[in-house]
Design a protein around this ligand. Structure first.
Ligand code: NAD
Length: 673
């Protein structure tokens, strides 16, 4: 007899578990019962699944896979959107599944999901996938405003049939009847919401662009591009609102900002999900960092608003002078796509605290959360016009940097974009704050705690799939500890969980787009061509549903030299280059040998060396024994070509205000004429 392979055995046990759940229900569900049905010892079930909870979760995972495999395949096979939609619904109501044990087990699943977080997550992901697939097809058939409503209705009908099949065991449905009924309803709705003839959905008109979930390829929204007329109108509206805002006492401005911060915190989960969908970043990051660090920033500047003040100068008995710190007027913020809502907050909070109005343009790849921020400011009581989101690509950004009614532009983006914005701003002598790219160094000295250094290197390269401007992508490791460092680094990198960004267990999600993924893969190819050794990664991840997305395995190159392209250029993806060094002076010189100077980090337990080396590094933001931590209290920004000006901290106030100097005479004028 053939020995059972582990996978066969696992499947056999899961089948027995499903049968047990269906026939005896959750109350009587035990490992012993499953073992009895599978004709194996209970110890074997424990060996495969650990405990009852794990077995229940694994059973439901398999059940979800089973009931969704055919509908998903139907989507891939259909020739037209209508055909695909019909096949998708039909497969969800497949009689084989509806009338089988699956529907009864499914009922237990729904009941348990109410109380067991792991199952609730599974159920939510399943529901969202179904709705998202329905929406995807409907977008090609009906007007945008009808998509969600129809998708949700179909989803609810499918769920209803499953419930009915589970509860009425004698029910032998003729599935064609519910399917026809659903389609008659859909047809009626389609008839009233069908896209006008000649308009092909999915193809953006000149005045629109689509934002896509890079993990699934799904279109999340179609966004209207703002042109010159809209920008002019927004500037005029902002200017009118700003006059009163500038006169509003700081304490009142602060209160509104504090309410906005509170609302952001209350909406954290919803916004974190939206951000994860728009960026491909894992929800475990967006829920912990993106929205909350934005809220933290708004709260910080809300507090500072009442402290903004000038100086008094005693000029003797005949005069005194003082300065007023005044707002600039209407300012613009232009964001990058890697931290969309955080960037929107980092720019708008100090701008508004200082009494300015802001027009904010998010990056075209991630336009969604800025819109939510605008709603939150309104809800918090910010007067209309003071924070307005404008949408578009480079041309819309250019309209902002060239606009005579705008006093300042704060950009987060690439170095090349920074140069263009500065050139455009020069025509009207606007102030600029530029937060640009980097190619930062992380140095691991021989006395460093290696586990900590490895943690630092991982954070410095793989957080947000490596799409962080400050990333320490040039990791210089002292030759005496390199072997041990690499062994630990490789093991921990290979244990990282890459997957669906909405799964809370996922540690690394998708890159921002297919195009950017291709760019990063090209750099990986160059690394290999130029002689670096691939320690791990170096390829796309395409397992299962990930094939639809822009996923790359965390990648580490060793044997790198300073002249390689991967060591010189910003890749903005999960690619780490490890270099070796011998002497402190040597590594400082090599770390500084770049036009960029955004950040740097060192790991050492030698106190004096730590401060000596940090003082010698040409970088705007530095870390000792950690990496990529950016509390709002500390100014943030780059040196050299990584940028101009600072965000965060009290320093940001200087970049959103201007000084007015006032001389006050206390005596008669001593006129010589
Ligand atoms: P990008 O420069 O392509 O675009 C940034 C923004 O500028 C977008 O909103 C874009 O529409 C707009 N834009 C593009 N051309 C413009 C022009 N000529 N005039 C006005 N606006 C224009 O950058 P990206 O790809 O969105 O973001 C990635 C880059 O941002 C990386 O280089 C990264 O290092 C950098 N970044 C820097 C920081 C920082 O704080 N230093 C933070 C995040 C990202």
């Amino acid at each position: 007899m053939r020995r059972r392979e582990p996978e066969d055995r696992r499947d056999q046990l899961l089948r027995a578990a499903l049968a047990a759940l269906s026939e005896t229900g959750i109350e009587a569900f035990t490992l012993a019962e499953v073992a009895r049905r599978a004709d194996v010892s209970p110890a074997l079930v424990v060996h495969y699944f650990g405990d009852r909870d794990n077995l229940i979760e694994a059973t439901f995972r398999q059940l979800v896979e089973r009931v969704t495999t055919r509908p998903i395949k139907a989507l891939a096979d259909g020739a037209s959107p209508e055909e695909r939609l019909r096949a998708f619904v039909l497969e969800h109501l497949n009689p084989g599944e509806l009338s089988s044990e699956a529907s009864r087990a499914w009922l237990s699943f729904w009941g348990l999901a109410l109380h067991v977080p792991a199952l609730a997550r599974l159920q939510r992901v399943h529901q969202e996938r179904m709705i998202s697939n329905l929406k995807h097809e409907l977008r090609n058939l009906v007007l945008p405003e009808a998509v969600s409503r129809i998708a949700e209705t179909i989803g609810a009908l499918i769920d209803g049939f499953w419930l009915r099949a589970a509860l009425a065991s004698a029910w032998k449905p003729d599935v064609q009847i519910p399917v026809d009924w659903i389609f008659a309803a859909i047809e009626r709705d389609l008839a009233s919401h069908r896209l006008p003839a000649g308009v092909e959905a999915g193809r953006a008109a000149e005045a629109e662009f689509e934002t896509i979930n890079p993990a699934t390829g799904e279109v999340l929204a179609t966004i209207r591009i703002d042109g010159q007329a809209e920008i002019d109108k927004a500037v005029a509206k902002a200017a009118a609102a700003q006059r009163d805002w500038a006169r509003t006492p700081g304490v009142e401005r602060g209160r509104i900002l504090n309410r906005a911060a509170q609302l952001l915190v209350e909406n954290n989960e919803r916004l974190a999900r939206l951000e994860a969908q728009d960026t491909g970043k894992p929800i475990q990051e967006t829920i912990a960092v993106d929205v909350l660090s934005g809220a933290d920033c708004i709260e910080y500047f809300g507090g500072l608003a009442r402290t903004i003040a000038g100086e008094h100068h005693d000029l003797g008995p005949a005069a005194f002078g003082y300065t007023r710190r005044e707002p600039l007027g209407v300012v613009a913020g232009i964001g990058a796509w890697n931290y969309p809502i955080q960037i929107a907050c980092w720019k708008s909070a100090p701008a508004l605290a200082c009494g300015n109005a802001m027009l904010f343009k998010p990056a075209e790849l991630t336009p969604l959360t800025a819109i939510e921020l605008e709603k939150i400011y309104t809800q918090a009581g910010l007067p209309d016009g003071l924070f307005q989101v404008v949408q578009g690509k480079a041309e819309t950004g250019q309209m902002l940097s060239r606009h005579p009614g705008i006093a300042k532009v704060s950009l987060t983006g690439e170095v090349g974009t920074g140069k263009k914005v500065m050139a455009d701003a020069s025509a009207t002598l606007k102030l600029v704050t530029l937060e640009l790219g980097g190619k930062s160094a992380l140095i691991v000295f021989e006395d460093a705690d290696l586990d900590e250094a490895v943690s630092g290197a991982l954070l410095a390269n793989f957080y947000s799939a490596g799409e962080v401007c400050t990333n320490g992508t040039r990791v210089f490791v002292h030759h005496s500890v390199q072997k041990a460092f690499l062994a630990k680094l490789k093991a921990r990198t290979e244990a990282m969980i890459i997957g669906d960004p909405l799964d809370p267990l996922t540690q690394m999600g998708a890159l921002i787009s297919q195009g950017h993924m291709e760019r990063v893969l090209h750099y990986i190819e160059l690394g290999q061509q130029q002689g670096a050794t691939l320690l791990t990664g170096g390829h796309r991840v395409t397992a299962g549903a990930l094939a639809k997305g822009a996923f790359i395995a965390p990648t580490i190159f060793t044997d790198c030299t300073d002249d390689m392209t991967i060591v010189r250029e910003e890749i903005f993806g999960p690619v780490m280059s490890v270099l070796t060094f011998e002497e402190e002076e040597e590594v400082v010189t090599r770390a500084n040998a770049t036009d960029l100077g955004l950040a740097a980090g060192i790991f050492t337990n030698n106190l004096t060396r730590a401060h000596r080396v940090i003082a010698a590094l040409e970088a705007g933001t530095c870390w000792i024994n950690t990496y990529n931590i950016t509390p709002i209290e500390l100014p943030f920004g780059g040196n050299k070509q990584s940028g101009l000006g600072r965000e965060n901290g009290k320093a940001a106030i200087e970049y959103f205000t201007q000084l007015k100097t006032v001389y006050v005479a206390m005596d008669k004028i001593d006129a010589p004429y």
